[in-house]
Write a protein that binds this ligand. Structure first.
Ligand code: MG
Length: 325
């Protein structure tokens, strides 16, 4: 048997406003994934005259598909410095494993023309039957969602649930993790979703408002807590955290994904993008204090409902942990 291992290196490119995922395969006998490099001039991360960028492995996963392992990487310049596109490095410096995150990733499956699945013959029936729906006329893309869940669990990524969402062709999964691995996991879970959908000729659209009109957009509600919030909480603690976040609302919006103004309109269970509010059980607020937290004597977590589906989880962590610690 060959002692060669197939490693799938994954990184984020230099595209704006949000980076895209890139990957390439390395075949090696090395026990641990070695540093590697790529052509940064093809990913908007370097000029052609000095094009080498470096890949530093930072998180390794069992490969649920083709490769033996998936290797999430940070990007450095050819001079071994943190690349300007590398948002992970700063987040990794400030977040510890006492910070837990649950990202609720919403997205649409799309056909080859970029239309949501189920919209091939024009606009479908209004929203109502699709959320957590069952039956051929109510749900599209379930098989891909289920394969994605299996693949993530096999890779050691803790998806805690999935559901069909409010619009036809729209889905959600919830991805839980601790510290910087939470954000690595979310990026790798996105990677697996794109890749599994490829086999079906299906695309994945994480834009926050693919369809204007009376159709839900896609968000990435971010649930978070630290030790104090989980075990030594109080109403005053939670109030002070919300107040702190409110003071830097404008910074949050910059970090929480592009085109989010199309989604945060004050309709469809959102607060307007230019307003900040928080409230118990309030899905029209920027920050929801879950009833679970209140009923457990103010020990629990908060839900930041502002991040868009296309947000970079490294930037979300930078904002939340940077503000609150
Ligand atoms: Mg949802």
């Amino acid at each position: 048997m060959s002692d060669m291992k197939v490693l799938e290196y994954i990184w984020l490119d230099g595209y704006k406003p949000e980076p895209s995922l890139r990957s390439k395969i390395k075949v090696t006998k090395d026990e641990t994934p070695p540093d590697w490099s790529f052509d940064g001039s093809s990913t908007q991360q370097a000029e052609g005259g000095s094009s080498d960028c470096l890949l530093l492995p930072v998180q390794t996963y069992d490969g649920p598909l083709f490769a033996d392992s998936l290797v999430m990487c940070e990007v450095q310049t050819g001079e071994h410095e943190t690349h300007v596109s590398n948002m992970r490095a700063a987040a990794a410096k400030i977040v510890t494993d006492e910070w837990w995150f649950g990202f609720e990733q919403e997205y649409f499956f799309t056909d080859e023309k970029g239309e949501p699945l189920g919209w091939e013959n024009g606009t479908p029936r209004p929203q109502g039957d699709y959320y957590c729906g069952v039956g051929a006329s109510n749900v599209e893309g379930r098989e891909i969602s289920e394969l994605h869940l299996e693949a993530c669990l096999e890779a050691g990524i803790e998806l805690t649930g999935t559901n069909a969402e409010v619009a036809l062709g729209q889905w959600e999964y919830q991805c839980f993790g601790k510290g910087i691995k939470a954000a690595d996991d979310l990026w790798v879970s996105r990677y697996l979703l794109y890749k599994i959908a490829e086999d079906f000729g299906v695309g994945v659209n994480i834009h926050p408002k693919p369809k204007t009109g009376d159709w839900n957009g896609s968000g990435m509600h971010t649930n978070f807590s630290n030790d104090e919030m989980r075990t030594n909480g109080s109403e005053s603690l939670y109030t002070s955290l919300c107040e702190k976040l409110g003071k830097v609302h404008d910074d949050a919006i910059i970090s929480y994904g592009s085109d989010n103004d199309m989604r945060l309109t004050g309709l469809h269970e959102t607060q307007s993008i230019d307003k900040f509010s928080y409230g118990i059980s309030d899905r029209g607020a920027s920050i929801r204090i879950p009833i679970h937290t209140v009923e457990h004597n103010w020990n629990g977590y908060l839900e930041d409902r502002r991040p868009a589906s296309n947000a970079d989880p490294y930037r979300i962590i930078n904002h939340i942990v940077g503000t609150l610690s």
